[in-house]
Write a protein that binds this ligand. Structure first.
Ligand code: ADP
Ligand code: ASP
Ligand code: MG
Length: 403
């Protein structure tokens, strides 16, 4: 078998843990498999590098950020290759560029355009273990790019797709996908299987256990994806097609996203085309918009509220300021003390009352809901950040996910 194994930040968090990873990888290799390993930076390392950049500038050049941030993964990749060779397992480390990961030039959240796996393939043919620095690629201009926070998951899935691997294992610090973050609700239950669509919703809505784009790609390429822990041999969670899942619970999980900010625009000129102008500008500046509320206008003006990832807030402010200058918007305000809690389940498609139960659960806890959005398989609510954990636990209990 050809197996891609990705080890996250905690799994390579110190030298002892890198040795533990080397032992695991060598077991897989000795069992007769071809192995490509994708590693993250040591836990905390990427945040530390971001803080270094912010020491000098509140708005560092994104090309320089990528140059800086990509270094964390190179450290762990080379250390792991050294450890493996020392154990008698032939191994070679590769940067994203060497591994043939070609991206667009959207620095700090680049998209993979193609993978040219020839160097990886050649090394595998020579019997080597390939250790790839995750989270990075190279643009057509030859600049190093990074794939967005949590992007080593995407590196792993994309490589598994390009090499037509039999299995892609994501090793992390929890034993699989749970009904909610087990660090918030210790009663959360591990799922044996979850569908790509539900996992994609959970990941997009804040469950950082898998980066959302990695799930999207796994679904598209039909990659066999398993999430498990690097600290024991416990079985993990298989992420698979919906038809491979027997039980379809009404609600599969609760997600929490504390990384959102709310933008409020007051006195927006109420004329045809204004929303299109604002949101096109935001899109052109690569600001991800999530929920949008527009109030009924009167006296020729209206209010628009929307949420963006905190990391996009600076870019959003720049766009808004241009509209303030042209007097199309009177006032702006921003709120970073919000969070989004969401309920996800494919079973919702055929049941009513799921959303109503979520709202009454918030009411019972006296939590005010600021914004709501729903789809076929999710209900999301924006609330004050201070209620985040309480909301998650109450919803987990209300839908009896611990049972
Ligand atoms: P890594 O560094 O290995 O990539 P992450 O920190 O990115 O790991 O993701 C693992 C974390 O995701 C867990 O420690 C857990 O707190 C969090 N998490 C959030 N939601 C879930 C969930 N539904 N199931 C499991 N873990 C979750
Ligand atoms: N090191 C990067 C991050 O912290 C990528 C990853 O860990 O997946 O976001
Ligand atoms: Mg991660």
């Amino acid at each position: 078998m050809l197996i891609v194994q990705k080890f996250g930040g905690t799994s390579v968090g110190d030298l002892e843990r890198i040795q533990n990873v080397a032992n695991r990888v060598s077991e897989t290799r000795k069992a007769g498999n071809e192995v490509v390993v994708v590693v993250s930076a040591m836990s905390g390392e990427t945040n530390k590098l971001v803080a270094y950049a912010e020491h000098f500038s509140s708005n560092p050049q994104k090309t320089e950020l990528d140059m800086l941030l990509s270094s964390g993964e190179r450290v762990t990749a080379s250390l792991l290759a050294i450890a493996l060779n020392e154990m008698g397992c032939k191994a070679v480390s590769m940067t994203g560029r060497k591994a043939g990961i070609i991206t667009d030039n959207l620095h700090t959240k680049a998209r993979i355009e193609e993978i040219n796996p020839i160097a990886m393939r050649n090394a595998l043919n020579e019997g080597q273990i390939v250790v790839v620095a995750g989270f990075q690629g190279v643009s057509a201009e030859g600049n190093v790019t990074t794939l967005g926070r949590g992007g080593s998951d995407l590196s792993a899935v994309a490589i598994a797709g390009a090499l037509q691997a039999d299995l892609c294992e994501i090793y992390t610090d929890v034993s699989g996908i749970f009904t909610t973050d087990p660090r918030i609700e210790p009663k959360a239950k591990k799922l044996n299987r979850i569908s790509y669509d539900e996992m994609l919703e959970l990941a997009s809505l804040g469950a950082k256990v898998l980066q959302n784009r990695s799930v999207e790609l796994a679904k598209k390429l039909n990659v066999n994806l398993v999430t498990r822990t690097s600290f024991s041999h416990e079985e993990g969670t298989l992420i698979t097609k919906e038809e491979n899942i027997m039980e379809k619970p009404l609600v599969s999980g609760i997600a929490l996203d504390k990384n959102q900010a709310r933008v409020s625009l007051r006195g927006v000129k109420d004329r045809p085309g204004i929303a299109s102008e604002i949101f096109n500008k935001l899109a052109n500046n690569n600001v991800n918009i999530d929920m949008i509320i527009q109030n009924v206008g009167h006296d020729g003006s209206t209010n628009i509220d929307f949420t963006v990832p905190k990391s996009d807030l600076n870019d959003a402010k720049n766009v808004v300021h241009a509209f303030l200058d042209s007097c199309d918007i009177k006032e702006e305000s921003y709120d970073e003390d919000i969070c989004k809690v969401s309920i996800v389940g494919v079973g919702m498609k055929s049941h009513t009352g799921v959303a109503a139960k979520a709202f009454s659960t918030m009411a019972a806890e006296n939590i005010n809901i600021h914004m709501i959005s729903t789809s076929e398989i999710k209900v999301s609510m924006v609330i004050a950040e201070k209620y985040a954990e309480l909301a998650v636990r109450s919803l987990h209990n209300a839908y009896r996910l611990d049972k």
